[in-house]
Write a protein that binds this ligand. Structure first.
Ligand code: NDP
Length: 330
């Protein structure tokens, strides 16, 4: 089967040269293992961090070895009593056609939603949006919420969940006119702007004349500084990501207005979704009905073919995607 390996570690922006498409023998499952043929896989911004050797909350990818990440596939051979051939399972060995998955690392997915949904709205990005908004930013009915990366997998769900739970006003930023249109016309955001059109602070002030109570940060940099400036007293920030910084080669200066944390009594909490497994049940009970009733929209951008997974990943960093970027493995 085909697999995608890390060929070298990027300096700054990754390129196709950092990846190698290789052929590997199809493994045979031993007791307690499953042979899974992947159908769909996820490419995510956090994978940029794993391409570097620097110590972080997940181990780096290894040069010469296949990358990994969320995927849904069909069990082809089961050497486990818990699974049978033909079942669809969610697991973490994407970037390859055939995966040898330990039974403890696989979960069955129901056919009530398409497999891709378990990589987006009903999966990791969905839980990230839910936990970040509800727990970390302590969202309250009547809040005005600003989310950056708003047309992406996590951001688009944050804005909609805020709206569905009684936000007073929801504002999003994204990187193209079409994405801005999508936010206000398709997803129900009250206002949106293209951060490439001018200074974020000015555009945010116009979009939120009465200030914001919650900022869900996917971007960092000037977005974060602008949000601090627009915060109302006792405002809360969920620090989810800082994609504007992932490909920089030199550390950037932080927000220049940190004293506003004192004067406005602000708080900011960073989090990693993996620490929040205990919230999965509540998340599912909240979000699954909204999806079923068509109240929560989840857009996807799909790329066909495992060989094009590196291109799909580079596309996420560039902003090619609206909603979740998904690779159809086959
Ligand atoms: P997205 O689907 O949002 O894709 C990334 C988007 O980032 C792109 O589409 C692009 O959209 C935008 N972007 C790229 N460069 C910049 C830039 N310089 N400034 C502003 N926007 C930029 O990805 P996810 O929804 O999967 O992830 C969103 C964020 O959440 C990331 O920061 C990610 O690391 C983080 N995350 C954190 C988790 C956690 O546990 N803490 C879990 C999952 C995600 P555009 O066209 O608008 O520029």
């Amino acid at each position: 089967g085909v697999e995608i390996r890390l060929a070298s570690r990027p300096q700054g922006w990754p390129t196709h040269d950092n990846f190698e498409v290789a052929e590997a023998p199809v493994p045979q499952p031993e007791s307690g293992q499953l042979l899974v043929r992947n159908k769909v896989m996820s490419v995510d911004p956090y994978m940029r961090g794993r391409m570097s050797a620097a110590k972080s909350y997940v181990a780096p990818f290894e040069v010469g070895k296949p990358l990994d990440g969320g995927a849904v596939g069909e069990v082809v051979v089961s050497a486990s009593e818990k699974f049978e051939a033909g079942q669809l399972v969610l697991h973490s060995l994407g970037w390859r056609e055939y995966a040898l998955v330990d039974e403890s690392q696989a979960t069955t997915v129901s056919d009530e939603a398409p497999p891709n949904a378990y990589l987006s709205v009903l999966g990791m990005p969905g839980l990230t949006a839910y936990v970040g908004l509800m727990d970390k930013a302590e969202f309250q009915e009547g809040d005005t919420v600003f989310v950056s990366g708003a047309a992406g997998a996590v951001g688009s769900l944050v804005g909609q969940l805020a709206k569905l739970n009684g936000a007073k006003r929801v504002i999003g930023s994204a990187g193209s006119a079409e994405k801005v249109r999508h936010l206000t016309e398709d997803l129900g955001f009250d206002a949106a702007f293209n951060y490439k059109d001018g200074p974020v602070a000015e555009q945010l002030r116009e979009a939120a004349p009465d200030g914001i109570d919650v900022y869900f940060d996917n971007v960092g940099g000037d977005h974060l500084e602008a949000a601090i400036g627009a915060m109302n007293d006792f405002g809360r920030i969920a620090a989810c990501g800082a994609i504007s910084q992932y490909n920089v080669t030199e550390a950037q200066p932080g927000p220049r207005n940190m004293f506003q944390f004192v004067t406005k009594r602000l708080s900011m909490r960073g989090f990693i979704v993996n620490d929040n497994g205990h919230r999965k049940r509540d998340f599912f009970e909240h979000v699954a009905p909204l999806v079923r009733e068509g109240k929560l929209h989840y857009e996807e951008t799909t790329v066909d073919g495992l060989r094009n997974a590196p291109e799909a990943f580079l596309g996420v960093l560039r902003g090619d995607n609206t909603g979740k970027m998904i690779v159809n493995v086959r």
